[in-house]
Design a protein around this ligand. Structure first.
Ligand code: SF4
Length: 372
């Protein structure tokens, strides 16, 4: 059976020169022969699932990692040739600032990449050292220049706050430098100490230097107002964009568009089921070649957990949720949850939509734990 409708694609490229102390994504060192073997396995996986996406409208393709820009033009081109893309397909590649040359990105542009997401994290060179990053703030500026020279205009950067040793002034300085960057989108994250990361293993050493909660809130508020002044509209809790430059791919995650993930450790959401591929590149390649299972886990949430999770993810978007339409498309929201939303300080009601209030935008995690 051929399936139709909109879909997104995620491709995991698991190569990094070194591991950042806060990062929990799966990555390995980029050896040349391993990259070649991985490409072959990845394409075999894509072909094996062709009937799931062949007739569908591919809204977006996202090369995430790892550091996808480590691979060359032909890798990206060969992978993209497996999909029916159209003029509206948003095709993003993530890069680190130090990997960007005009030639490389001209190649990516030729392969149909039309959006780049740069892992800048900060424009404070001292904090970049705390994060053990290999780039400087000057590299970020050069990277943007080179991507523009390669004629790719849709450029996003990742920025972080709550970095150990970060001061409000330093964060403000990073925000002030944004006006000199020709970018269309900012993803703003607070650093958290995730399990199995260097920071988590050494948290006793770093925790005393984390910004206090009140300073963290101040940083968030400064970011919101400065980004607004620069013309970036907040369209999701952590995403800000210039007009018309919302990330189609990320909006899909927040609005339950199906997506297929390919590659080692990638996630998929398909047919109301989530699954994750195994997180070991050697086993992934071997199992693909031997036609064996590559799924690590699969889960299909039952009612009402599925509806509640979906609602929570939908609420992350600033436009909020039209409850009537939501229930028509997804099923009935339990009455105790509706009652909670009607009375919560984290929620406001506007034109039949439930939206995060000012407090809800600041304390989304509290709302989530109340509801779940
Ligand atoms: S470069 Fe990105 S994916 Fe690689 S270790 Fe650092 S944060 Fe993780």
């Amino acid at each position: 059976m051929l399936i139709t409708g909109k879909i997104s694609i995620y491709i995991h490229i698991p190569f990094c020169e070194k591991k950042c102390p806060y990062c929990q994504f799966y990555s390995v060192y980029p050896k040349k022969d391993l990259i070649e073997k991985y490409k072959k396995a990845l394409i075999l996986e894509i072909r094996s699932k062709q009937k799931l996406f062949f007739k569908r409208d591919i809204v977006s393709i996202y090369f995430g990692g790892g550091t996808p820009s480590i691979v060359d033009f032909s890798f990206i081109d060969d992978v993209l040739n497996e999909f029916n893309i159209n003029n509206n397909t948003e095709i993003t590649i993530e890069t680190n600032p130090e990997n960007v040359t005009v030639k490389k990105f001209e190649g990516f542009k030729k392969a149909n990449i039309n959006r780049v997401s740069i892992g800048a994290q900060s424009l404070d060179d001292n904090l970049l050292k705390v994060l053990n990053r290999s780039h400087s703030s000057t590299d970020v500026k050069k990277a943007i220049d080179n991507i523009k020279k390669a004629k790719i205009d849709n450029i996003s950067i990742d920025l972080m706050y709550d970095i150990p040793h970060q001061l409000i002034n330093s964060f403000e300085d990073t925000l002030d430098q944004l006006k000199y960057l020709d970018i269309t989108h900012v993803s703003l994250y607070n650093l958290t100490f995730e399990e199995n990361t260097f920071f988590h293993k050494n948290k006793d050493k770093y925790l005393p230097y984390l910004p206090k909660e009140k300073d963290s809130l101040k940083m968030l508020n400064k970011a919101i107002s400065k980004l607004k002044n620069l013309g970036f509209l907040r369209y999701e809790i952590s995403a800000f964009s210039k007009k018309g430059c919302n990330s189609k791919h990320n909006l899909g995650y927040w609005q339950q568009r199906e997506f297929l993930g390919f590659g080692v450790s990638s996630f998929s959401y398909f047919n109301q089921t989530r699954h994750k591929n195994i997180s070991n590149i050697k086993i992934y390649i071997k199992n693909i070649l031997e036609n064996k299972n590559i799924v690590d886990f699969e889960e299909r949430l039952s009612y009402p957990k599925n509806i509640i999770e979906l609602l929570l993810v939908n609420l992350r978007v600033i436009d909020g949720v039209n409850i009537k339409n939501f229930q028509k498309n997804n099923g009935k929201i339990p009455s105790n949850i509706i009652k909670y939303l009607d009375n919560s300080i984290f929620i406001k009601k506007e034109n039949n939509r439930y939206k995060l209030s000012k407090k809800g935008l600041m304390f989304y995690d509290s709302l989530a734990s109340d509801i779940i």
